[in-house]
Ligand binder design. Structure first.
Ligand code: ATP
Length: 509
C-alpha cells in the first residue's frame, strides 16, 4: 500500500494514469486529466460498478441525464440556498481553507497517534495482541478517543446549526495553524456556495442562470416517472447513473481526492415509505461487499455513521477508506426520505407519485441512495495496490520491484504479449499474431523493446496481471507460451487458448 501521496502522484504522471489539467499552461487547480492507462482504469471501475448495479439487478436500470438542468431544480433540491461550505482565510499566507476540513485533519492526526500506539502494542505483544481490548484499556489511547469524540460532536453541532462563530471558536480552541505558514491569524468563517454557474445562450440575467450540476442525483429524481413508465418497473426499483459533477471546492488538495470537476456513480432506489431502514442496512452491506470483492482488506474500510444528518436524510453512513492521509469518505449511503421528489412535485406542479397496484394508493416514494466518487475510488485503488516489493531477479538475487497489485478486473492492461527478443522475425511475427488474436477478448499490450526482465518490471508497474512470453520453444517445439503471474511470479507453459481462458476467467471479461 502506498502511504505517500507524492509517490502516487509521480507514479501516475510517469506511467500515464493522471496528469494535471492544462499542464503546458501551468495547470488548473483541482482539475486533472486521465492519461491512456488512467482512462482504462477509470472505465474499468465504472464498468465494474455498472455491471454490479444494472446487470446484476433486474430492477435497477441505467440513465444518462444531461449536465445542464432547469435552474429551478437546484432551488427545489436546496442547493441554491444550502449547498455551502464554511470558508476561512489565513490573513498571513492568504490561503483559503474549509474550516470543517481543518478540524477533520486534526481528528485524522489524533487517529494517526492511535495507530502508532496500536503498532507499538502489536510489536510488543505479538500474536497475543488484541487490538480492541488494547484500545479500550490503554489510558493514552482512551484519552485520544475521548478527544476525537468531543471534537466530532462539537464539529457536528456547529455544522448542523450553520454556526460559523462556533466553527471559528473550535479552530481556535484546537490551536490549529495554517498548514502552509504555521500562522494562526484567521478571518471569520463564512458560507461559500459550491455551485458553478453560467449563462444560457446570450441572454444574461437571473432567469438565464444555469448551474453545472453538483451531483448527478437530481437528474434521476426528475426522470423518475419517465424511467418508471418506460422500463415498466414497480417499486422497489433503482436508477443508476454515472456522470460528471462540478463543485467549486474551497480547498484544492490531496490530488484527485477533492476535485472541482469529478465523476460520480450514483444509484437511487425508490421504496415504500417506512421500509427505508431495512433498505439502508441492505445497501450498506451490499456496498461494503462490493469494495471487499475488489480485494481491499476489511481493515482499510469502515463505516462512519452520521450523527448529524443533512436536511434531506433520516439516516446516513459513509464508507471510509484508509487513505495515506487518514480514513476519509469514499462513498455515501443516504436514506433521503421523500425530500427530493416532494420538493420537485411542489416546485414543478407535476405529480411525482407511485400508484401501488395492491393497496390502490398513490404515494411519493422514499429514496435510498448510494453515491460513490469514481475519482476517489481510483485514488483508493492506486493507494491500495501500489507497492515496492523485494523479489528474486533472473539470477536469483533479491531486487526491488514497483508493482501495482490491482484486481485483474480493474487492471488497465490485462495481458502483455512479449516476444523473448526483438530481432528474430519468427518470434515477433508469432507474438504479433497472438496479440491480434487476444486483443479481441481483452486489453493487451505488445512490447518488444528492452530485455525481458525490464519489460516484466514495466508491466508490474502498471498492474498488468499476466505477461505472455513467446520464445524459441514456442515456434520450434510445443507451440506453448509462458504465462507469468504478476503477484506470485509463477510461470507456466500453456497453449494460447489456455492462456486466454485463464485471463478471461480472472478478469471477468
Ligand atoms: P466531502 O465531505 O468529502 O466533501 P460529500 O459528503 O460532499 O464529500 P457527497 O455529496 O456525499 O460528498 O458525494 C458523494 C461522493 O462523491 C463522495 O463520497 C465522494 O466519493 C465524491 N465526491 C464528492 N465531492 C468530490 C470532489 N470534490 N472530488 C472528488 N469526488 C468527490
Amino acid at each position: 500500500m502506498a502511504e505517500d501521496l507524492k509517490t502516487i502522484i509521480s507514479h501516475s504522471k510517469e506511467y500515464g494514469f493522471v496528469y494535471p489539467s492544462s499542464e503546458v499552461y501551468e495547470g488548473l487547480s483541482a482539475v486533472y486529466d486521465y492519461g491512456p492507462l488512467g482512462a482504462e482504469l477509470k472505465n474499468n471501475i465504472k464498468s465494474y460498478w455498472w455491471k454490479s448495479m444494472v446487470r446484476m439487478h433486474e430492477n435497477i436500470v441505467g440513465l444518462d441525464a444531461a449536465i445542464f438542468m432547469h435552474p429551478k431544480i437546484w432551488k427545489a433540491s436546496g442547493h441554491v440556498d444550502a449547498f455551502n461550505d464554511p470558508m476561512m482565510d489565513n490573513k498571513d499566507s492568504k490561503k483559503r481553507y474549509r474550516a470543517d476540513v481543518l478540524i477533520e485533519d486534526e481528528i485524522a492526526k489524533i487517529e494517526g497517534k492511535i495507530d502508532k500506539e496500536v503498532r507499538k502494542g502489536r510489536k510488543r505483544f505479538g500474536d497475543a495482541f488484541d487490538e480492541e481490548q488494547f484500545k479500550s484499556t490503554h489510558p493514552r489511547v482512551q484519552r485520544y478517543t475521548e478527544t476525537i469524540a468531543d471534537i466530532k460532536s462539537k464539529l457536528g453541532a456547529a455544522m448542523m446549526a450553520d454556526d460559523m462563530t462556533g466553527l471559528r471558536q473550535l479552530v481556535e480552541d484546537l490551536d490549529i495553524a495554517d498548514p502552509v505558514s504555521g500562522s494562526r491569524n484567521w478571518t471569520d468563517v463564512r458560507q461559500f456556495n459550491l455551485m458553478f454557474s453560467t449563462q444560457l445562450g446570450n441572454i444574461s440575467g437571473e432567469n438565464s442562470e444555469l448551474y453545472l450540476r453538483p451531483e448527478t442525483a437530481q437528474g434521476i429524481f426528475v426522470n423518475f416517472l419517465n424511467v418508471m413508465k418506460t422500463s415498466r418497473q414497480k417499486i422497489p426499483f433503482g436508477i443508476a447513473q454515472i456522470g460528471k459533477a462540478f463543485r467549486n471546492e474551497i480547498v484544492a488538495r490531496q490530488f484527485i481526492f477533492r476535485m472541482r470537476e469529478f465523476e460520480q456513480m450514483e444509484m437511487q432506489y425508490f421504496i415504500p415509505p417506512g421500509s427505508e431502514m431495512e433498505w439502508y442496512e441492505y445497501w450498506k452491506e451490499q456496498r461494503m461487499k462490493w469494495h471487499l470483492a475488489l480485494g481491499t482488506p476489511q481493515e482499510h474500510l469502515r463505516f462512519h455513521k452520521h450523527e448529524n444528518l443533512s436536511h434531506y436524510a433520516n439516516a446516513a453512513a459513509d464508507i471510509e477508506y484508509k487513505f495515506g492521509f487518514g480514513f476519509k469518505e469514499l462513498e455515501g449511503i443516504h436514506s433521503r426520505t421523500d425530500f427530493d421528489l416532494k420538493n420537485h412535485q411542489e416546485f414543478s406542479g407535476k405529480k411525482l407519485q407511485y400508484f401501488d397496484p395492491e393497496t390502490k394508493e398513490n404515494y411519493i416514494p422514499y429514496v435510498l441512495e448510494t453515491s460513490i466518487g469514481c475519482d476517489r475510488m481510483f485514488l483508493a485503488m492506486l493507494s491500495e495496490s501500489l507497492q515496492e516489493e523485494e523479489v528474486p531477479d533472473a539470477s536469483g538475487k533479491k531486487s526491488t520491484r514497483t508493482v501495482m497489485k490491482l484486481h485483474p478486473v480493474l487492471a488497465p492492461v490485462k495481458a502483455a504479449i512479449l516476444p523473448l527478443v526483438r530481432n528474430k522475425p519468427e518470434l515477433t511475427e508469432r507474438a504479433r499474431k497472438i496479440f491480434d488474436d487476444l486483443k479481441m477478448h481483452f486489453q493487451c499490450q505488445y512490447d518488444e523493446k528492452d530485455a525481458i526482465g525490464r519489460r516484466y518490471r514495466r508491466q508490474d508497474a502498471i498492474g498488468t496481471p499476466f505477461c505472455l512470453t513467446i520464445d524459441f520453444e514456442t515456434i520450434e517445439d510445443d507451440q506453448k507460451i509462458t504465462i507469468r503471474d504478476r503477484d506470485s511470479l509463477e510461470q507456466k507453459r500453456v497453449t494460447v487458448e489456455e492462456a486466454r481462458d485463464i485471463i478471461l476467467k480472472s478478469t471477468n471479461e
